[in-house]
Design a protein around this ligand. Structure first.
Ligand SMILES: Nc1ncnc2c1ncn2[C@@H]1O[C@H](COP(=O)(O)OP(=O)(O)OP(=O)(O)O)[C@@H](O)[C@H]1O
Length: 339
């Protein structure tokens, strides 16, 4: 059984002018001890999906589908059970630790809080645990007495990671954990996360717009566009040989981690992601797609097998027969291996 399984998850925000379909029909699986990267531009629905996993979304968000954590649906859990699951089974590292930490409380109190709240330690044992956690994330134990403003951005992000580890979760959800940091510190924090999850056998869901970072950290990748997963598969295969034109543009927009040569001529993405309240008809990516066909404006292709353990939602991954039989899309030109 998977540690986490998402079945047809959709999230809609109610706003004054109507409904914002931020996440649409996402189905994903994460095996225990594995790392899944969720990539996409700003507004593609990554954070909304991440927050939905532990029901951390605001009240104006409606979530449908199933989010099975160890087979138990997070969406229908009673409040008490949900509180126990948060932290103890799964915890979150948010982007921008400066906003997530309470400025007026000492680091020690903030890291110890989940241990005390969940009755997992006495105050004295919690203090010892805090010192141990700080050491694990590369901070000296005396930092326990500091306030957040006395730490650098990288140190604050290490504190967030210590907080996430406090209750020994089986899953960590890391939402852009290094975006606010400079490149050197980013590399250190990524290395720290990598070593900690390997050492403790923790599963990871990592959210980023940077496909190269995700490919360096994760076993599998899911690429989101306009609230949908448009491609998924083994991380290095998706990064090195994307099958969806959007994944390709995203891969080309970012250099390979640690490989300056790959900075040469990144093509990047033209145009902006669509407003979810005014999605274009057919494939949401077609107005920006360099290889779109006339039929893409009217038909949205489901995720389709695109190699072993890979899927992509693009007309170009279908064979001519599959196109006609399974989608009704008339064949405009022969299917290309690498759309
Ligand atoms: N509280 C909210 N109310 C209404 N719409 C929202 C709310 N939060 C997010 N949205 C909308 O949902 C869509 C998805 O946003 P989300 O933050 O999940 O994307 P993202 O891929 O994580 O982007 P970023 O990388 O910028 O955080 C966007 O169109 C956004 O404007």
């Amino acid at each position: 059984m998977s540690l986490l399984e998402l079945r047809d998850v959709a999230v809609t925000y109610r706003v004054a002018s109507g409904e914002v379909p931020a996440v649409r029909g996402v189905s994903l699986e994460l095996a225990a001890g594995r790392a899944l990267g969720v990539a996409g531009e700003s507004g593609s629905g990554k954070s909304t999906l991440a927050m939905a996993l532990l029901r951390l979304l605001p009240k104006d968000a409606r979530v449908t589908g199933e989010i099975l954590l160890d087979g138990e649906d997070v969406l229908t859990m009673k409040w008490g059970r949900l509180r126990a699951v948060r932290w103890a089974s799964a915890s979150v590292v948010f982007q921008g630790a400066q906003h997530a930490l309470n400025p007026v409380r000492r680091i020690e109190d903030q890291i110890a809080e989940p241990l005390l709240v969940h009755g997992l330690a006495t105050p004295a044992a919690a203090r010892r645990k805090v010192a141990e956690l700080l050491e694990q994330v590369g901070l000296p134990a005396w930092r326990a007495r500091s306030h957040p403003h006395e730490l650098s951005g990288g140190q604050r992000q290490r504190v967030m990671i210590a907080m996430a580890l406090a209750c020994s979760p089986r899953l960590i959800i890391a939402d852009e954990p290094t975006t606010a940091l400079d490149v050197m510190i980013q590399a250190q924090v990524l290395a720290l996360i990598r070593s900690l999850i390997a050492e403790h056998g923790i599963s990871l869901i990592m959210i980023s717009h940077d496909l190269s970072v995700l490919a360096s950290m994760c076993d599998r990748l899911a690429v989101m566009y306009a609230g949908r997963v448009v491609e998924s598969g083994p991380a290095h295969e998706v990064f090195r040989g994307p099958r969806h034109p959007y994944s390709r543009a995203l891969a080309e927009a970012f250099p390979t981690v640690g490989d300056p040569a790959s900075r040469l001529a990144p093509k990047g993405l033209g145009g902006d992601p669509p407003d979810p309240m005014r999605l274009p008809g057919g494939c949401s990516f077609h107005p920006r797609c360099p290889v779109s066909l006339p039929s893409c404006a009217s038909r949205e292709v489901e995720l389709w097998p695109a190699g072993e353990s890979r899927t992509a939602a693009c007309v170009h991954v279908l064979s001519a027969d599959e196109k006609t039989e399974s989608t009704g899309i008339s064949v405009m030109r022969p299917a290309k291996e690498d759309a």
